[in-house]
Design a protein around this ligand. Structure first.
Ligand code: NAD
Length: 263
């Protein structure tokens, strides 16, 4: 049976875990072929890949390319083009975090975060847009963050990368507006994923707090709902942005942050 995204191909960076995997499930469930990317245990990734294929019968392909390197991004996009002709839906989602006062911020962590959270989206976008233009249809979606709109101390690289991603997205949206292509950011607040869990120890150290204090006084302190956002809620927004109903939403930055950036 044909579904809303049957015949489309979606490439989702950083989709072996967390929010990215939820996007892949939502899009595959609507009939899209998906290219998943990221690191992790090979057997676990193969299991996820087969599960994605079982959702609607569309194909799922795994790319283990390292998105901090331009040549590897080129190889991933070529792999997607060989398999499916090109990418109709591009979701730039791969990201990482490091928490440290600016004066101690390790230079290699700064460079990693800018390369993965910001520059990789430039490379995937420049490589995806020609095919989308030829099809007169495309969806570019970035997982930005509440940190694309507001700052928090000790996250200088992440906040810089996410603000940059928001500006990049607006620029691309203007360039492709007459080609049936939209470009938007989704900006979650705190979503319970490995990325959030992994920053708890460093935040405990940077702020001299217990685990409970970090959870309640840092992570959920700024989120008025006092709830973590779920990966399924973020994926549902991406599905909506892929629909025809969202054809005139472009250059937007959609918050899903429990009211964080309303303050
Ligand atoms: P996650 O750690 O669960 O997933 C990150 C993914 O990126 C994984 O698949 C990982 O293998 C992949 N990855 C890491 N380094 C890579 C590399 N060099 N090349 C290719 N893939 C690589 O994290 P998540 O919480 O699901 O985060 C996904 C996105 O959502 C990130 O951009 C993050 O900044 C953003 N975000 C997360 C939250 C949150 O609270 N979790 C909030 C706002 C925004």
């Amino acid at each position: 049976m044909s579904k809303s995204l049957t015949g489309k191909t979606a490439l989702i960076t950083g989709s072996t875990s967390g929010i990215g995997l939820a996007y892949a499930k939502a899009l595959a469930g609507e009939g899209a072929n998906v290219v998943i990317n990221g690191f992790g245990d090979a057997d676990a990734i193969e299991k996820e890949r087969l599960e994605l294929e079982s959702l609607s019968g569309a194909k799922a392909l795994y790319s283990g390319h390292d998105l901090t390197k331009a040549d590897e991004i080129e190889a991933m996009m070529a792999q997607a083009a060989d398999a499916f002709g090109g990418v109709d839906i591009l979701i730039n989602n791969a990201g990482t975090q490091h928490v440290s006062p600016v004066e101690d911020f390790p230079v290699d962590k700064w460079n990693l975060i800018i390369a993965l959270n910001l520059t990789s989206a430039f490379h995937t976008t420049r490589l995806a847009v020609p095919y989308m233009k030829s099809k007169k249809w495309g969806r570019i979606i970035q997982t930005a963050s509440a940190h694309s709109k507001a700052a928090s101390p000790f996250k200088s690289a992440y906040v810089t990368a996410k603000h940059g991603l928001a500006g990049f997205t607006k620029t691309v949206a203007l360039e492709v507006a007459t080609f049936g292509i939209t470009a938007n950011c989704i900006s979650p607040g705190y979503v319970w994923t490995p990325l959030v869990e992994n920053q708890i120890p460093d935040t405990m150290k940077a702020r001299n707090m217990t685990r409970e204090q970090v959870m309640n006084d840092v992570l959920l302190a700024g989120q008025p709902t006092k709830e973590f956002v779920t990966v399924e809620q973020v994926a549902a927004m991406a599905l909506f942005l892929c629909s025809d109903a969202a054809a005139n939403i472009t250059g937007a930055n959609m918050s899903i942050d429990g009211g964080w950036t309303a303050q």
